[in-house]
Design a protein around this ligand. Structure first.
Ligand code: NDP
Length: 461
């Protein structure tokens, strides 16, 4: 038997979605794999992201459901909510999932180190807790990202704020909350806390939240926030946060101030590369500290790769998983393929939620010339009896020349579930005619996606 030149064929830094998938696939292909995780197995998604966030979305929706059930004949007695009880259940489920990640990895044959790994050179890592050194033929950086906050010099009083990391640790709900930002996280948590009865104020530097999404979607979500009782202040930013006898006082650039018990910064995320020693290994970083990679997730160093949020490409769990899988299949499984970053379906768990795949109307007009638009806004059947005025919005962006559907955008209940399926059609290159030929499911909201027949024309004044 030939002796291995290194301790491991592959060593993965980070036990999140991308790292765990890569480690498991490589180990199943026969590679000797090690993985180091400094915090808890599962990464952002399982521990302090998608999974606990979705539970918070579910719990916040119950209040509205209970109120609206009256329209369907239900009468419910005293209603109360115990956040600590909910949080205990949520954490138990997170623990269960984290343990599954650990188990699956070990049963695939990988060795797991509960430790932090830092580069010594391109083939050597030091485990900082134990002081042990390990060597590997290939190394995968999958260290993810973390919430970004301005420094205390940039924003005095920022130390009084929390981020999405701490939001899952709350035992009680605040009365008043201010959230900075207008991206996925700010919008989702504004709805979560408003749904739980917290007085929420969202401060966004732009005009309409969710920059980068289709313009109609942005408007619908922006209106949805206001309808949910969120006070939305736009075109301004925080200038300082002060602790007062009446809680925190957030001073805004526009001269106004807002009082709050909890202030949450949701102004973006940054790659976890600090102190990793990338420079010792020849791994090049981009302007925001992200690991620069090519389409094959290769870094500047020949034997070092990176996947997931640390590369700051498309920062979504399923993307990290596919990047990790593609890397392991290519490098260890003899099946080369690379992640295709186009037409990735995504959801924003606002209330109602957003489901979107493909490109926005403005991007389509910029890149594809003449575009046909189909759109509809309606009160879903469920809301006819319960007094809920919320409407569902749907839009198809279609290339005029060949009728290919370039974008599907939904704002409404179950939009995330719908867009997963619509995503298949868009990925396959479906045309508007393919949508028209598809028989509707009745009665449903989704049927509107295949029954929009009239092109939308801008109103001529
Ligand atoms: P985003 O990048 O989505 O949004 C950041 C927000 O903060 C933007 O509204 C941005 O404004 C604003 N902002 C940035 N810098 C400043 C500043 N200095 N002062 C004031 N405002 C500022 O980040 P998130 O943290 O919300 O989410 C990070 C990523 O995580 C998402 O992009 C997404 O990929 C992923 N995610 C996915 C979820 C899902 O799939 N449902 C849920 C949560 C996160 P502007 O628009 O003007 O740039």
């Amino acid at each position: 038997m030939t002796e291995r030149a290194y301790d491991f064929d592959l060593f993965v830094i980070g036990g999140g979605s991308g790292g765990v998938r890569a480690a498991r696939i490589a180990a199943q292909a026969g590679a000797k794999v090690g993985l180091a995780e400094e915090y808890r197995m599962g990464g952002t998604c399982v521990i302090r992201g998608c999974v606990p966030k979705k539970f918070m979305v579910y719990t916040s929706k119950y209040g509205k459901e209970i109120r609206h059930s009256a329209g369907y004949g239900w009468s419910v007695g005293d209603v109360s909510y115990d956040h600590a009880k909910f949080a205990a259940g949520m954490r138990a489920e997170v623990d269960r999932l984290s343990a599954i990640y650990d188990r699956n990895l070990k049963s695939a044959g990988a060795e797991v180190f509960n430790d932090r790994a830092e580069f010594e050179d391109a083939h050597t890592l030091r485990l900082t807790g134990s002081g042990q050194t390990v060597t590997a033929g290939k190394i995968l950086i999958a260290t993810g990202g973390r919430p970004w906050r301005p420094s205390p010099e940039e924003l005095p009083g920022v130390e009084h704020t929390i981020t999405s990391n701490e939001v899952f640790e709350m035992e009680t709900l605040p009365e008043r909350m201010v959230i900075a930002g207008g991206g996925y996280i700010a919008v989702e948590f504004a709805h979560v806390f408003a749904g739980l009865g917290v007085e929420v104020c969202l401060v966004y530097r732009g005009e309409t939240v969710l920059r980068g999404f289709d313009e109609d979607v942005r408007l619908a979500v922006h209106e949805g926030l206001k309808e949910a009782g969120v006070r939305v202040i736009t075109k301004t930013v925080f200038t300082r946060i002060e602790m007062t006898d009446d809680g925190l006082c957030v001073k805004l650039e526009n001269g106004h101030e807002v009082k709050a018990d909890v202030v949450m910064m949701a102004v973006g995320r940054q790659a976890n590369t600090d102190g990793l020693g990338c420079e010792k290994a020849g791994v090049r970083l981009g302007a925001r500290g992200e690991v620069a990679v090519d389409d094959w997730s290769r870094t500047g160093a020949a034997n070092i790769f990176a996947v997931g949020d640390v590369t700051d490409r498309v920062n979504l769990t399923p993307v990290a998983i596919r990047e990790g899988h593609a890397f392991a299949d290519t490098e260890f499984g003899g099946k080369p393929w690379k992640m295709d970053h186009t037409d990735i379906p995504t959801a924003v768990f606002s209330q109602p939620e957003v489901g979107t795949v493909g490109i926005s109307e403005s991007q389509a007009r910029r890149e594809h010339g003449e575009i046909d638009i189909y759109k509809t806004k309606f009160r879903p059947m469920k809301n006819m009896l319960n007094g809920d005025q919320t409407r569902t919005f749907m839009k198809l962006v279609v290339r005029a020349s060949d009728q290919r559907v370039l974008g599907v955008h939904v704002v409404g209940d179950d939009a995330a579930e719908m867009i997963q399926m619509a995503g298949i059609a868009v990925k396959m290159g479906a045309t508007k005619d393919d949508f028209d030929r598809t028989c509707a499911v009745h009665p449903s909201a989704a049927e509107e996606l295949v029954t929009m027949r009239t092109k939308w024309l801008p109103e001529v004044v």
